[in-house]
Ligand binder design. Structure first.
Ligand SMILES: [Zn+2]
Length: 271
């Protein structure tokens, strides 16, 4: 097969174009994006549901640790911020020690917590600590077939609450084809996004994963419609009380796509 692809490079290119990308829901704000052999995770390992959100099912977390399908071959993990419903330093450390080829990208506060949890220097060599202040120019880095971009968007509640929490909005592009935005618990005020027009505009984002309250907030709608402008958005961070069946949901959120059932997937359209 390899020989025939080499003999017909056009075929190889078409085969690559035909690769589909898919989002797999873990729980809360935890999502895996898969494109071909490349897989990245956002906010996958946490232990606190604040009695309100879904936890990652034990069998799913065990499969992640074991590298069992579909959670096998993960290349990189991205953490939005150090809050118990997005990141557990102890569990993440155990995961990095179990899957020794995975890279981690996380805000400085989360990496400091990883150090406090006893991370070895050898483990930390696979960890990229992102130190971004509010208003800083976004970071941009190519790693293998990933284009990784990060910008600090304050945590929900800004400026009165949790302004000290380093919340990173990640934008990851796989193979120059599939672009996904994960916001963590980013505040909905458009002014945060207006600070970085060059970052947000002119980019074809295939999928955005905002906290579901972006759909319910006029300001959140402006951020999605005028700044991030994704081809599709799936809300995450949905309370467990929201029914899986869209028809059973409260009227104001019935029209939006939400991740509510761990393990569910969405195909990502690329165009
Ligand atoms: Zn938070």
């Amino acid at each position: 097969m390899l020989l025939s692809l080499l003999a017909f490079p056009g075929l190889a290119a078409r085969a690559d174009d035909a690769l589909s990308a898919r989002a797999h829901y873990l729980a809360n704000a935890g999502v895996m994006i898969e494109r071909g052999d490349t897989k990245v995770l956002f906010d996958p390992l946490f232990r606190n549901n604040y009695n309100q959100y879904e936890l990652v099912p034990e069998d799913v977390e065990a499969a992640l640790f074991a590298g069992a399908a579909p959670w096998d071959g993960v290349d990189a993990v991205f953490v939005s911020h150090y809050h118990g419903d997005h990141f557990s330093p102890e569990v993440m450390l155990a995961f990095l020690d179990a899957r020794t080829d995975i890279l981690l990208f996380a805000p400085e506060q989360a990496v400091l917590a990883l150090r406090s949890a006893g991370a070895a220097e050898e483990t930390l060599e696979r960890v990229t600590s992102v130190a971004l202040q509010y208003g800083d120019v976004p970071i941009r880095q190519n790693v293998g077939d990933l284009l990784i971009e990060a910008v600090r968007i304050p945590h929900s509640g800004w400026p009165d609450n949790m302004a000290d929490i380093e919340n990173i909005a990640w934008r990851v592009t796989i193979d120059d084809k599939t672009t996904v935005v994960h916001l963590g618990d980013a505040d909905t005020k458009p002014l945060h996004y207006e600070l970085h027009p060059d970052h947000w505009h002119g980019v074809d984002t295939d999928l955005a994963l905002p906290p579901y309250w972006y759909f319910l907030s006029p300001r959140g709608r402006i951020v999605l419609d005028e700044h991030i402008r994704p081809d599709h958005a799936v809300g995450v961070h949905v309370p467990a009380a929201i029914p899986d069946e869209p028809a059973d949901r409260p009227a104001e959120i019935r029209g939006y796509d939400l991740f509510t059932a761990p393990g569910e997937t969405r195909d990502i359209r690329e165009d």
